[in-house]
Design a protein around this ligand. Structure first.
Ligand code: FMN
Length: 329
C-alpha cells in the first residue's frame, strides 16, 4: 500500500496556486477546495453561486473548468514528487464534491512524464484572443496535443479545410443566436469587468480581443449588441487551425475528464510556444453542438473547440484564492 502524504500548508499552497490558474468559462472559477483533516484528502467542490444558468444549464462547462483545475492539481503534485490519486465524483450523497485528490509517495512511474515542461506552462498559458500569424503548426506538435487528449480519455479531431470551415460556420451560427438573445447577452456581460473593478472573478475588458475584419473567425463578442466598448476589427489568420475535443460518453465524469484533457492539450501547446483560445459558443446550443461532431464518428460528444497557432500572448486574467469549501455534514 502506498504511504499517504500529509497535506500541510506548504504542500497545499502550491497545489491550489496551480489549480486556480486553470481556464474557466467566463473566468467564473467555479471551484472550492477543502482538506479533510481525517483522510488527508484534498476535496474539489463546485461553487454553487458561480454558474451560468442560460449559457450552461447542465453545468457541463462548469465541470470542464473544474476538470482543468484538477489536471493542474495533478501536475503540481507531480512537481512536488508526489503521485496524485484522483477519484472523480467520489460520493453520490455529495453531488457538489467533484473530485477527491490523495497524494502518495513516491511518484508513480506512469506520471513522471507529466512534468516535462508542463508544470512550468501552467503560469504561462493564457487565452489569446488576438490574431495569430497563420504559420502552420508542425505535425509532431499536433500529434503530441492529440496524444495528450487521448491520455486523458478524450480525443482530439483535427479537421481538414472543409471541416474547419464547417466548424467556424456552426460557431458563427451560435454566436449569432447569442447576440439575438438579450438574457444570454446580459448573463455574459455580468462577467465582464470594467477597468479598476475590484474583483478577481470575470474577464477584464482588456482581455477581450478585437473582431475579425475578414469575418472568418467568430471570436466571442462578450459585450454583445450593447456595444458598451468599441471592438476594433483587425485581420485574423487566413488559415485557422482548430481542434475539436470530444469524448465517447457524455456523463458528469466524462465532462471532468474532458476538462483534464483540455488542460493537458492547452499546456502541451503552451510548452511548444503555441497560443490558444477557445470557441465554445456552438457547445452551448444542443443542435449546434451535435452538428460539430466529425462525420462518421459514432458515439462522439463534442466538448470544446480549440484554436491554436503562433502569435501574441493573451493578457492574462486575475484569480481568486480558491476559497475553502465548508465542512461536509
Ligand atoms: C468551458 C470553457 C469555455 C470557454 N469559452 C470561451 C469562449 O467561448 N471564448 C473565449 O474567448 N474564451 C473562452 N474560455 C476561456 C475563458 O474565458 C478563460 O479561460 C478565462 O477568462 C481565464 O482566462 P485565461 O484562460 O487567460 O487564464 C472558455 C473557458 C472554458 C474552461
Amino acid at each position: 500500500m502506498r504511504a499517504r502524504a500529509v497535506l500541510d500548508a506548504a504542500t497545499v499552497e502550491p497545489l491550489l496556486a496551480a489549480a486556480v490558474a486553470a481556464p474557466s468559462i467566463h473566468n467564473t472559477q467555479p471551484w472550492r477546495f477543502r482538506v479533510d483533516p481525517d483522510s488527508q484528502v484534498l476535496e474539489v467542490h463546485s461553487m454553487p453561486g458561480r454558474t451560468l444558468p442560460l449559457t450552461d444549464p447542465t453545468h457541463r462547462a462548469q465541470y470542464l473548468s473544474v476538470g482543468a483545475a484538477v489536471f493542474n492539481l495533478r501536475l503540481a503534485a507531480v512537481h512536488l514528487g508526489r503521485r496524485a490519486e484522483v477519484r472523480l465524483l467520489p460520493d453520490p450523497h455529495q453531488p457538489g464534491l467533484l473530485a477527491a485528490v490523495r497524494l502518495t509517495d513516491p511518484l508513480g512511474m506512469d506520471e513522471e512524464h507529466l512534468d516535462r515542461g508542463l508544470h512550468e506552462a501552467i503560469a504561462r498559458r493564457h487565452t489569446s484572443r488576438m490574431p495569430f500569424t497563420g504559420r502552420p503548426v508542425p505535425e509532431p506538435v499536433v500529434a503530441e496535443m492529440a496524444a495528450a487528449a487521448q491520455a486523458a480519455a478524450a480525443r482530439l479531431h483535427i479537421p481538414d479545410i472543409a471541416g474547419t470551415r464547417r466548424l467556424l460556420r456552426l460557431t458563427a451560427a451560435a454566436e449569432a443566436r447569442n447576440h439575438a438573445h438579450p438574457a444570454r447577452t446580459a448573463e455574459t456581460l455580468a462577467w465582464i469587468n470594467a477597468p479598476g473593478a475590484n474583483t478577481p472573478y470575470g474577464i477584464p475588458l482588456t482581455a477581450l480581443g478585437p473582431s475579425d475584419a475578414g469575418r472568418r473567425i467568430p471570436m466571442r463578442d462578450f459585450t454583445g449588441p450593447l456595444r458598451l466598448v468599441p471592438r476594433p476589427a483587425v485581420w485574423f489568420e487566413r488559415h485557422v487551425q482548430l481542434a475539436l475535443l470530444w469524448t465517447p460518453h457524455d456523463r458528469r465524469d466524462d465532462w471532468l475528464r474532458a476538462g483534464q484533457a483540455l488542460q493537458y492539450v492547452l499546456l502541451t501547446a503552451t510548452a511548444h510556444g503555441l497560443r490558444t483560445s477557445l470557441l465554445h459558443q456552438a457547445m452551448e446550443w444542443p443542435d449546434l453542438r451535435a452538428a460539430t461532431a466529425p462525420p462518421h464518428h459514432k458515439r462522439c460528444h463534442p466538448q470544446m473547440l480549440i484554436r491554436f497557432g503562433y502569435g501574441p500572448d493573451g493578457t492574462g486574467t486575475p484569480r481568486g484564492p480558491g476559497l475553502p469549501a465548508p465542512a461536509a455534514g
